[in-house]
Design a protein around this ligand. Structure first.
Ligand SMILES: Cc1cc2nc3c(=O)[nH]c(=O)nc-3n(C[C@H](O)[C@H](O)[C@H](O)COP(=O)(O)O)c2cc1C
Length: 149
């Protein structure tokens, strides 16, 4: 898997089950009409159940400038959730999921299906709103290192 060059995203949720954000590379588009995408989250993190319980998620595409945010939401420093979220500027999307102001783009999604395969929960979301940010170099992960493209 370390040979995959993958864009780095921050997937977020908020709602009755609580706020949560996770740095992910396993995200991709599924369909155009309706716009649909998927994200895979490890079931070994108990807090990841919040995504399914809230029924929403936002996929925030990260630029190189947000490498520090990617690192904290990947668990570096083991910071509490509130401290992680304090590192970015947020607003709530239509679904309630947090949108990162500095993201290259944010897809606000309603969860339409979730299915566990092996270690991960595949979450499929229908995009209800899109926020397009500045055009800037994309944050990419390859060979266990952050890179710019
Ligand atoms: C570049 C990168 C990509 C990652 N991609 C995923 C992913 O697709 N799915 C996932 O569940 N975890 C992924 N992780 C791991 C999570 O970010 C990490 O396990 C999680 O945030 C652990 O933090 P916690 O302290 O919140 O449990 C990735 C980590 C990095 C550094």
């Amino acid at each position: 898997m370390s040979r995959f060059a993958a864009a780095v995203h921050l997937v977020t949720t908020d709602g009755p089950a609580g706020r949560r954000g996770v740095t992910v590379s396993s995200a991709c588009s599924v369909s155009d009409d309706p716009a649909t995408l998927l994200v895979c989250l490890n079931t070994s993190s108990p807090d990841n159940i919040r995504f399914e319980a809230n029924g929403n998620f936002a996929l925030n595409l990260l630029g190189t400038e947000d490498e520090a945010i990617a690192r904290v939401f990947a668990g570096e420093g083991s910071l509490p959730s509130d401290v992680r979220f304090a590192r970015g500027k947020w607003r709530s999307g239509e679904t309630g999921a947090p949108l990162l102001a500095t993201a290259l783009a944010s897809f606000d999604c309603r969860l339409i299906e979730a299915r566990i395969v092996a270690t991960h929960r595949i979450m499929i979301g229908e995009v209800v709103a899109v926020r397009v940010g500045a055009r800037a170099p994309s944050l990419v992960y390859l060979d266990r290192a952050y890179r710019s493209l």
